[in-house]
Design a protein. Structure first.
Lengths: 218, 211
């Protein structure tokens, strides 16, 4: 019996909700039930975020408890700053109904979160040159084609390309408008087939990794 | 935007500037204490921002409607809380139900979302000839049609790429390489333009260039 509600019923719930989404799209246009289920999924996903927070707090608390060399002080700072910024945001929300209601939280958001986000994402810019060097070595025809297309696109988008030779933007524009289309279109098509195959496996209960069964869940 | 004059705003500007230097000390030098401090600060503040958003969203989407009489919103709240049973080994199986709702909705939306734009529209675009176009339009049409067919044949993984499939798949790989080259070129420039934005911020805070 336990197998029924621990496994089979779970697969059935997945399959039924997937089918409801299909029925809405292909037969009904809009369906209140499907809309409600999507809202439910959004709420669940939001609440589940707390699980990540708990895991992170427990992981860092363990490091502090163990006095892990060279790590625990950072973990302590993380937990302290997390508590300060979260509580200030919560206070702002309690006062105004929006996270952006507390001056301290606003300051953290504007002068810590935003600049750090803007800084961390382009950090890969430092490594892109070495990636260019490795990718753009014409060792065979494949790499040579990659090199040619990449160089033309770079010299098209960078103003210096047009200044060097007027043909760079014209040829580069062709690569952007037509040259890359077969490759990118193929990724869309095979990606769609992959998504359909994976989805049908999940629908039939053959794909079960995301339920935690592989990770040792009962 | 003018250079700020309010003390808290100036302090904020310099805080952002210092944090940026701390982060870039890693790629410019090596992993060090200030980088790790800035990294942990980012993790903390990012998590805090997301948690505040979570509280705001759950309140707006579920709790407020429930308080106004739409009692059925108790279901996703209970299911969301059931996710936390992942932390208790004996009751971990309960978390499969909220996961089932998430996966069902996700796959349902994902599968129906790829059918027309990613599959049908792409195939139709590939086989639709240009209407009375110039020679260049026909060249581009043939290039894209042959290129797409060959590149898709490269992903026929259930057949060995020999015999009739040998040359189409090899040609397909070349078309894919051209696509990846153009994509990589775009990525390089995008990342560099973001990096130049940070360099601009660096100079603006020092008042070397106007804000």
């Amino acid at each position: 019996m336990s197998e029924v509600y621990k496994r089979e019923l779970v697969y059935l719930v997945t399959a039924v909700i997937t089918v409801i989404m299909f029925v809405e799209y292909f037969f009904l246009g809009t369906w209140q039930l499907a809309e409600t289920l999507r809202t439910y999924a959004t709420i669940i996903a939001n609440i589940a975020l707390g699980l990540g927070a708990i895991t992170l707090v427990v992981s860092h608390a363990k490091k502090i408890q163990r006095r892990a060399a060279g790590v625990w002080a950072f973990s302590a700072w993380l937990l302290i700053f997390l508590a300060i910024s979260f509580l200030s945001g919560l206070a702002g929300w309690a006062m105004t109904g929006s996270g952006q209601g507390n001056p301290m939280y606003d300051w953290f958001f504007r002068y810590v979160y935003t600049p750090l986000g803007q800084t961390l994402y382009p950090i890969t810019g430092f490594y892109i040159f070495s990636a260019c060097y490795r990718a753009f070595r014409a060792r065979n025809i494949d790499a040579a084609l990659l090199l040619i297309a990449g160089c033309f696109v770079i010299l098209t988008n960078a103003p210096v390309g047009g200044a060097i030779w007027g043909g760079f933007p014209i040829i580069g524009r062709w690569f952007l408008d037509y040259g890359q289309v077969p490759g990118m279109r193929t990724f869309l098509i095979v990606g769609a087939f992959g998504m359909l195959a994976y989805g049908f496996r999940a629908l039939l209960g053959r794909e079960r990794g995301f339920y935690g069964e592989v990770a040792g869940g009962e | 935007m003018a250079y700020p004059t309010a003390p808290l705003e100036v302090l904020g500007l310099w805080t952002g500037w210092l944090l940026m230097l701390m982060i870039y000390s890693y790629p410019l030098y090596k992993e060090n204490i200030v980088f790790r401090w800035a990294e942990h600060t980012y993790i903390a503040v990012m998590l805090a921002v997301n948690l505040v958003m979570m509280v705001t969203n759950v309140n707006r989407i579920a709790i407020q409607p429930m308080l106004q009489g739409q009692i059925h919103y108790i279901i996703p709240i209970i299911l969301g809380l059931a996710m936390y049973t992942l932390l208790v080994a004996d009751y971990r199986w309960i978390s499969r139900y909220p996961i089932a709702v998430l996966v069902g909705a996700g796959f349902g939306l994902g599968m129906r979302g790829v059918l027309i734009p990613n599959l049908l529209d792409q195939v139709v675009s590939t086989i639709t000839p240009p209407a009375g176009g110039a020679a260049m339009d026909w060249f581009n049409f043939i290039y894209i049609a042959i290129g797409t067919i060959c590149a898709v044949s490269y992903f026929l993984l259930t057949y060995e790429h020999t015999g009739a499939l040998r040359y189409p798949t090899r040609l397909g790989r070349w078309f894919i390489m051209i696509g990846l080259g153009a994509y990589f070129g775009n990525t390089v420039l995008f990342r560099l333009s973001m990096l130049s934005g940070r360099a601009q911020f660096f100079l603006q805070v020092l008042k070397i260039i106007p804000m």
